[in-house]
Design a protein. Sequence first.
Length: 145
Amino acid sequence: MKYQGRSLDTVPVPGSLKRRPIDEKELTELLETQFKIKPLETQAYLRLLEGYNMTVHELALAINIPPGEAQALVERMVSSGLVIRAAGHEPKFAPLHPRMTMTNIFKIFEKEVVNSLRDRRATVDRVVNLLTPIYEDRKMRTGGT
């Protein structure tokens, strides 16, 4: 599979991962187009990965959004499995390991795809049930052809 001319099929061998510069724009676009992850969620996740556990206020400052918007963002990220509440007396948030994060993202995506397929299958069945009597009636009127 290719994305913007690069092969995504080449996965590094475990243990061979080295820190490389990341193209944040490319990653943001990839996650948004493939999994509907909002750019702000990717940006916040990256800030948490690069730094330390943050409060909502610290995260708001790090990504330059109002604290109220940051609170809603963090709640979405917790519910979608990107971050967790960190232990401690002050409410802070920590990123999950990228493997766990991507597993969570994929499971949500997979559930949406399965539900979409079920809905379409139900639509197919409804349409068949609506049209079959018309076809059968036609068949009887025309003598079976």
